[in-house]
Ligand binder design. Sequence first.
Ligand code: HMG
Ligand code: MG
Length: 299
Amino acid sequence: GLPRRVSIYEVGPRDGLQNEKAVVPVDVKSEFVTRLAAAGLRTIETTSFVHPKWVPQLADAEDLLNVLPRSPDLRYPVLVPNEKGLQRALSNGVTEIAIFGSATESFARRNLNRTVDESIDMFAPVVERAHSEGLWVRAYISMVCGDPWEGDVPIEQVVSVASRLMELGCSQLSLGDTIGVGTPGHVTALIEALGAAGIGTERLAVHFHDTYGQALANTLAALRAGVTCVDSSAGGLGGCPYAESATGNLPTEDLVWMLHGLGIDTGVDLGRLVETSHWMARHLGRPSPSRVVQALSPK
Ligand code: HMG
Ligand code: MG
Protein backbone atom coordinates (compact mmCIF):
# COMPACT_ATOMS: atom_id res chain seq x y z
CA GLY A 1 0.00 0.00 0.00
CA LEU A 2 0.85 3.67 -0.16
CA PRO A 3 0.49 6.40 2.48
CA ARG A 4 -2.44 8.83 2.14
CA ARG A 5 -0.35 11.83 3.03
CA VAL A 6 3.36 12.52 2.62
CA SER A 7 5.38 15.27 4.32
CA ILE A 8 7.80 16.98 2.04
CA TYR A 9 11.00 18.16 3.71
CA GLU A 10 12.25 20.88 1.37
CA VAL A 11 16.04 21.20 1.24
CA GLY A 12 16.46 23.62 -1.69
CA PRO A 13 17.73 26.64 0.25
CA ARG A 14 20.33 24.48 2.06
CA ASP A 15 21.30 21.42 0.01
CA GLY A 16 20.20 23.11 -3.21
CA LEU A 17 22.25 26.26 -2.80
CA GLN A 18 25.26 25.07 -0.75
CA ASN A 19 27.19 24.08 -3.86
CA GLU A 20 26.51 27.24 -5.90
CA LYS A 21 29.80 28.98 -6.65
CA ALA A 22 28.43 32.53 -6.89
CA VAL A 23 27.07 33.70 -3.56
CA VAL A 24 23.32 34.19 -3.76
CA PRO A 25 22.35 37.43 -1.99
CA VAL A 26 20.46 37.11 1.28
CA ASP A 27 17.39 38.89 -0.08
CA VAL A 28 17.16 36.35 -2.93
CA LYS A 29 17.48 33.45 -0.47
CA SER A 30 14.83 35.01 1.71
CA GLU A 31 12.47 35.47 -1.22
CA PHE A 32 13.15 31.86 -2.22
CA VAL A 33 12.13 30.56 1.22
CA THR A 34 9.11 32.86 1.33
CA ARG A 35 7.94 31.70 -2.10
CA LEU A 36 8.41 28.05 -1.12
CA ALA A 37 6.28 28.62 1.96
CA ALA A 38 3.64 30.38 -0.13
CA ALA A 39 3.58 27.32 -2.42
CA GLY A 40 2.56 25.26 0.60
CA LEU A 41 5.84 23.75 1.81
CA ARG A 42 5.77 23.58 5.60
CA THR A 43 9.26 22.31 6.43
CA ILE A 44 12.07 24.17 4.74
CA GLU A 45 15.71 23.49 5.60
CA THR A 46 17.04 27.00 5.28
CA THR A 47 20.79 26.97 5.95
CA SER A 48 23.72 25.46 7.88
CA PHE A 49 25.66 26.62 10.90
CA VAL A 50 28.89 25.08 9.65
CA HIS A 51 32.33 26.58 9.26
CA PRO A 52 31.99 29.46 6.76
CA LYS A 53 35.21 28.43 5.01
CA TRP A 54 33.83 24.95 4.42
CA VAL A 55 30.58 26.19 2.86
CA PRO A 56 31.00 29.86 1.90
CA GLN A 57 27.55 30.00 0.29
CA LEU A 58 25.91 29.55 3.70
CA ALA A 59 28.18 31.91 5.64
CA ASP A 60 25.20 34.28 5.85
CA ALA A 61 23.13 31.89 8.03
CA GLU A 62 22.58 34.51 10.76
CA ASP A 63 21.58 37.21 8.27
CA LEU A 64 19.11 34.92 6.54
CA LEU A 65 17.42 33.76 9.73
CA ASN A 66 17.12 37.37 10.84
CA VAL A 67 15.06 38.36 7.83
CA LEU A 68 12.94 35.24 7.31
CA PRO A 69 9.26 35.66 8.17
CA ARG A 70 8.30 33.32 11.05
CA SER A 71 5.00 31.61 11.47
CA PRO A 72 3.86 28.90 13.89
CA ASP A 73 3.05 26.50 11.04
CA LEU A 74 6.45 26.87 9.32
CA ARG A 75 9.46 24.83 10.35
CA TYR A 76 12.95 26.00 9.40
CA PRO A 77 15.45 23.27 10.37
CA VAL A 78 19.15 24.01 9.93
CA LEU A 79 22.28 21.85 9.75
CA VAL A 80 24.45 21.85 12.87
CA PRO A 81 27.64 19.75 13.09
CA ASN A 82 29.02 20.71 16.49
CA GLU A 83 28.55 22.72 19.68
CA LYS A 84 29.77 25.91 18.07
CA GLY A 85 27.13 25.50 15.36
CA LEU A 86 24.46 24.79 17.96
CA GLN A 87 25.37 27.92 19.88
CA ARG A 88 24.99 29.98 16.69
CA ALA A 89 21.65 28.30 15.94
CA LEU A 90 20.30 28.91 19.43
CA SER A 91 21.34 32.56 19.29
CA ASN A 92 19.20 32.91 16.18
CA GLY A 93 15.97 31.41 17.40
CA VAL A 94 16.31 28.02 15.73
CA THR A 95 13.98 25.29 17.03
CA GLU A 96 14.83 22.39 14.70
CA ILE A 97 18.30 21.14 13.87
CA ALA A 98 19.86 18.34 11.86
CA ILE A 99 23.17 16.68 12.63
CA PHE A 100 24.77 14.91 9.67
CA GLY A 101 26.78 11.73 9.96
CA SER A 102 28.30 9.44 7.38
CA ALA A 103 28.06 5.70 6.85
CA THR A 104 31.62 5.72 5.50
CA GLU A 105 34.99 6.78 6.89
CA SER A 106 36.01 8.46 3.62
CA PHE A 107 33.10 10.88 3.63
CA ALA A 108 33.21 11.48 7.40
CA ARG A 109 36.82 12.59 6.92
CA ARG A 110 36.10 14.82 3.94
CA ASN A 111 32.86 16.34 5.16
CA LEU A 112 33.48 16.64 8.90
CA ASN A 113 37.26 16.32 9.28
CA ARG A 114 36.56 13.40 11.64
CA THR A 115 36.44 9.61 11.70
CA VAL A 116 32.98 8.10 12.08
CA ASP A 117 33.67 7.53 15.81
CA GLU A 118 34.97 11.07 16.30
CA SER A 119 31.97 12.53 14.48
CA ILE A 120 29.55 10.68 16.76
CA ASP A 121 31.52 12.00 19.75
CA MET A 122 31.13 15.47 18.23
CA PHE A 123 27.35 15.05 17.81
CA ALA A 124 26.60 13.59 21.26
CA PRO A 125 26.81 16.84 23.26
CA VAL A 126 25.00 18.69 20.46
CA VAL A 127 21.98 16.40 20.66
CA GLU A 128 22.05 16.44 24.45
CA ARG A 129 22.09 20.22 24.68
CA ALA A 130 19.56 20.58 21.86
CA HIS A 131 17.13 18.39 23.79
CA SER A 132 17.67 20.31 27.01
CA GLU A 133 16.81 23.47 25.04
CA GLY A 134 13.65 21.80 23.67
CA LEU A 135 14.84 21.50 20.07
CA TRP A 136 13.73 18.83 17.58
CA VAL A 137 16.68 16.89 16.17
CA ARG A 138 17.00 15.04 12.88
CA ALA A 139 20.02 12.90 12.00
CA TYR A 140 21.19 12.51 8.43
CA ILE A 141 23.26 9.55 7.41
CA SER A 142 25.10 10.00 4.12
CA MET A 143 26.42 7.50 1.57
CA VAL A 144 23.74 4.93 2.38
CA CYS A 145 23.90 3.22 -1.03
CA GLY A 146 27.40 3.90 -2.29
CA ASP A 147 30.40 6.12 -1.74
CA PRO A 148 32.63 7.71 -4.40
CA TRP A 149 35.82 6.51 -2.70
CA GLU A 150 34.69 3.19 -1.20
CA GLY A 151 32.18 1.94 -3.77
CA ASP A 152 29.20 -0.10 -2.55
CA VAL A 153 28.41 0.43 1.11
CA PRO A 154 27.20 -2.72 2.92
CA ILE A 155 23.74 -2.46 4.46
CA GLU A 156 25.05 -3.72 7.84
CA GLN A 157 27.51 -0.81 7.93
CA VAL A 158 24.69 1.70 7.31
CA VAL A 159 22.50 0.07 9.97
CA SER A 160 25.36 0.12 12.47
CA VAL A 161 26.12 3.86 12.08
CA ALA A 162 22.41 4.70 11.86
CA SER A 163 21.75 2.91 15.14
CA ARG A 164 24.50 4.86 16.86
CA LEU A 165 23.11 8.17 15.56
CA MET A 166 19.59 7.28 16.69
CA GLU A 167 20.86 6.14 20.10
CA LEU A 168 21.92 9.75 20.67
CA GLY A 169 18.18 10.44 20.87
CA CYS A 170 17.39 11.92 17.46
CA SER A 171 13.72 11.99 16.44
CA GLN A 172 14.18 11.28 12.76
CA LEU A 173 16.75 9.62 10.52
CA SER A 174 17.12 10.79 6.94
CA LEU A 175 18.73 8.26 4.60
CA GLY A 176 21.05 10.11 2.25
CA ASP A 177 21.94 8.62 -1.10
CA THR A 178 24.43 11.44 -1.48
CA ILE A 179 25.68 10.45 -4.93
CA GLY A 180 22.45 9.03 -6.29
CA VAL A 181 23.71 5.53 -7.11
CA GLY A 182 20.98 3.60 -5.26
CA THR A 183 18.26 1.57 -6.94
CA PRO A 184 14.80 0.60 -5.61
CA GLY A 185 15.57 -2.98 -4.56
CA HIS A 186 18.48 -1.82 -2.46
CA VAL A 187 16.39 0.93 -0.87
CA THR A 188 13.72 -1.59 0.11
CA ALA A 189 16.33 -3.94 1.60
CA LEU A 190 17.92 -1.10 3.55
CA ILE A 191 14.60 0.06 5.03
CA GLU A 192 13.76 -3.53 6.00
CA ALA A 193 17.15 -3.98 7.68
CA LEU A 194 16.70 -0.73 9.63
CA GLY A 195 13.25 -1.92 10.72
CA ALA A 196 14.72 -5.21 11.92
CA ALA A 197 17.24 -3.17 13.94
CA GLY A 198 14.42 -1.24 15.62
CA ILE A 199 14.39 1.91 13.44
CA GLY A 200 10.86 1.84 12.03
CA THR A 201 9.56 3.78 9.05
CA GLU A 202 7.70 6.26 11.29
CA ARG A 203 11.14 7.63 12.20
CA LEU A 204 12.61 7.57 8.67
CA ALA A 205 12.91 10.09 5.89
CA VAL A 206 14.55 9.49 2.52
CA HIS A 207 16.97 11.88 0.83
CA PHE A 208 17.74 10.96 -2.75
CA HIS A 209 20.05 12.76 -5.11
CA ASP A 210 19.15 12.22 -8.75
CA THR A 211 22.59 11.72 -10.30
CA TYR A 212 21.60 8.43 -11.99
CA GLY A 213 17.92 9.30 -12.52
CA GLN A 214 16.79 6.89 -9.80
CA ALA A 215 15.49 9.33 -7.20
CA LEU A 216 11.80 9.09 -8.03
CA ALA A 217 11.87 5.29 -8.39
CA ASN A 218 13.72 5.02 -5.08
CA THR A 219 11.16 7.31 -3.46
CA LEU A 220 8.30 5.12 -4.64
CA ALA A 221 10.08 2.07 -3.21
CA ALA A 222 10.46 3.88 0.12
CA LEU A 223 6.77 4.89 0.17
CA ARG A 224 5.76 1.29 -0.49
CA ALA A 225 7.99 0.25 2.41
CA GLY A 226 6.08 2.66 4.68
CA VAL A 227 8.14 5.88 4.68
CA THR A 228 6.02 9.07 4.78
CA CYS A 229 8.66 11.84 4.88
CA VAL A 230 10.54 12.66 1.68
CA ASP A 231 13.34 15.19 1.19
CA SER A 232 13.48 17.09 -2.08
CA SER A 233 14.81 20.30 -3.53
CA ALA A 234 12.76 22.81 -5.50
CA GLY A 235 13.82 22.74 -9.13
CA GLY A 236 16.26 19.90 -8.41
CA LEU A 237 18.95 22.31 -7.24
CA GLY A 238 21.87 20.87 -5.41
CA GLY A 239 24.98 18.83 -4.87
CA CYS A 240 27.41 18.34 -2.05
CA PRO A 241 30.69 20.28 -2.15
CA TYR A 242 32.54 17.44 -0.39
CA ALA A 243 31.26 14.56 -2.53
CA GLU A 244 32.43 14.44 -6.10
CA SER A 245 29.73 13.26 -8.54
CA ALA A 246 26.85 14.44 -6.36
CA THR A 247 24.26 16.36 -8.37
CA GLY A 248 20.92 17.84 -7.43
CA ASN A 249 18.35 16.35 -5.12
CA LEU A 250 15.11 14.81 -6.22
CA PRO A 251 13.22 17.84 -7.62
CA THR A 252 10.26 18.77 -5.41
CA GLU A 253 8.10 19.36 -8.51
CA ASP A 254 8.76 15.83 -9.83
CA LEU A 255 7.91 14.44 -6.40
CA VAL A 256 4.69 16.47 -6.14
CA TRP A 257 3.63 15.45 -9.65
CA MET A 258 4.04 11.78 -8.78
CA LEU A 259 2.36 12.06 -5.37
CA HIS A 260 -0.64 13.98 -6.68
CA GLY A 261 -0.94 11.47 -9.52
CA LEU A 262 -1.07 8.72 -6.91
CA GLY A 263 -3.81 10.60 -5.05
CA ILE A 264 -1.48 11.41 -2.14
CA ASP A 265 -2.02 14.74 -0.43
CA THR A 266 0.95 17.13 -0.05
CA GLY A 267 -0.59 20.56 0.51
CA VAL A 268 1.66 21.94 -2.25
CA ASP A 269 0.43 24.22 -5.04
CA LEU A 270 2.46 22.87 -7.97
CA GLY A 271 1.91 25.94 -10.16
CA ARG A 272 3.32 28.31 -7.56
CA LEU A 273 6.21 25.96 -6.91
CA VAL A 274 7.12 25.78 -10.61
CA GLU A 275 6.97 29.58 -10.82
CA THR A 276 9.39 29.74 -7.89
CA SER A 277 11.88 27.35 -9.47
CA HIS A 278 11.59 29.16 -12.78
CA TRP A 279 12.34 32.44 -10.99
CA MET A 280 15.32 30.86 -9.19
CA ALA A 281 16.63 29.35 -12.44
CA ARG A 282 16.59 32.83 -13.99
CA HIS A 283 18.50 34.12 -11.00
CA LEU A 284 21.12 31.33 -11.22
CA GLY A 285 21.39 31.73 -14.99
CA ARG A 286 20.65 28.17 -16.03
CA PRO A 287 17.51 26.09 -16.55
CA SER A 288 16.19 23.80 -13.83
CA PRO A 289 17.02 20.13 -14.37
CA SER A 290 13.54 19.18 -13.15
CA ARG A 291 11.47 17.56 -15.90
CA VAL A 292 8.26 18.89 -14.38
CA VAL A 293 9.61 22.45 -14.15
CA GLN A 294 10.66 22.22 -17.80
CA ALA A 295 7.30 20.82 -18.85
CA LEU A 296 5.27 23.43 -16.99
CA SER A 297 7.44 26.54 -17.42
CA PRO A 298 6.37 29.32 -19.75
CA LYS A 299 8.05 28.74 -23.14
P1 HMG B 1 37.30 21.50 11.80
O1 HMG B 1 38.25 22.29 10.99
O2 HMG B 1 37.71 20.13 12.26
O3 HMG B 1 36.79 22.38 13.04
O4 HMG B 1 35.95 21.39 10.97
P2 HMG B 1 37.39 22.53 14.49
O5 HMG B 1 36.41 21.99 15.44
O6 HMG B 1 38.80 21.99 14.53
O7 HMG B 1 37.45 24.12 14.63
C1 HMG B 1 38.31 24.89 13.79
C2 HMG B 1 37.85 26.33 13.74
O8 HMG B 1 36.56 26.37 13.13
C3 HMG B 1 37.68 26.99 15.11
O9 HMG B 1 38.01 28.36 14.94
C4 HMG B 1 36.22 26.90 15.37
O10 HMG B 1 35.72 27.91 16.21
C5 HMG B 1 35.64 27.06 13.98
P3 HMG B 1 39.42 28.96 15.45
O11 HMG B 1 39.44 28.62 16.92
O12 HMG B 1 40.44 28.19 14.67
O13 HMG B 1 39.30 30.40 15.10
N1 HMG B 1 34.33 26.40 13.87
C6 HMG B 1 33.18 26.99 13.47
N2 HMG B 1 32.89 28.23 13.07
C7 HMG B 1 31.61 28.48 12.76
N3 HMG B 1 30.60 27.56 12.83
C8 HMG B 1 30.88 26.31 13.22
C9 HMG B 1 32.21 25.99 13.55
N4 HMG B 1 32.79 24.85 13.98
C10 HMG B 1 34.08 25.11 14.17
N5 HMG B 1 29.89 25.40 13.31
C11 HMG B 1 33.56 21.18 10.90
C12 HMG B 1 34.86 20.64 11.47
C13 HMG B 1 32.46 20.18 11.24
C14 HMG B 1 33.28 22.53 11.54
C15 HMG B 1 33.73 21.34 9.37
O14 HMG B 1 34.16 20.12 8.85
C16 HMG B 1 32.45 21.74 8.68
O15 HMG B 1 31.99 22.86 8.84
N6 HMG B 1 31.85 20.83 7.86
C17 HMG B 1 30.59 21.08 7.21
C18 HMG B 1 30.58 20.46 5.83
C19 HMG B 1 29.22 20.65 5.20
O16 HMG B 1 28.45 21.52 5.57
N7 HMG B 1 28.92 19.79 4.20
C20 HMG B 1 27.67 19.85 3.50
C21 HMG B 1 26.50 19.36 4.30
S1 HMG B 1 26.37 17.58 4.38
C22 HMG B 1 25.45 17.14 2.99
O17 HMG B 1 25.26 17.95 2.11
C23 HMG B 1 24.83 15.76 2.93
C24 HMG B 1 23.32 15.77 3.20
O18 HMG B 1 22.64 16.57 2.24
C25 HMG B 1 22.77 14.32 3.14
C26 HMG B 1 23.20 13.57 1.88
O19 HMG B 1 22.95 14.04 0.76
O20 HMG B 1 23.77 12.49 2.06
C27 HMG B 1 22.99 16.33 4.59
MG1 MG C 1 22.10 15.95 0.25
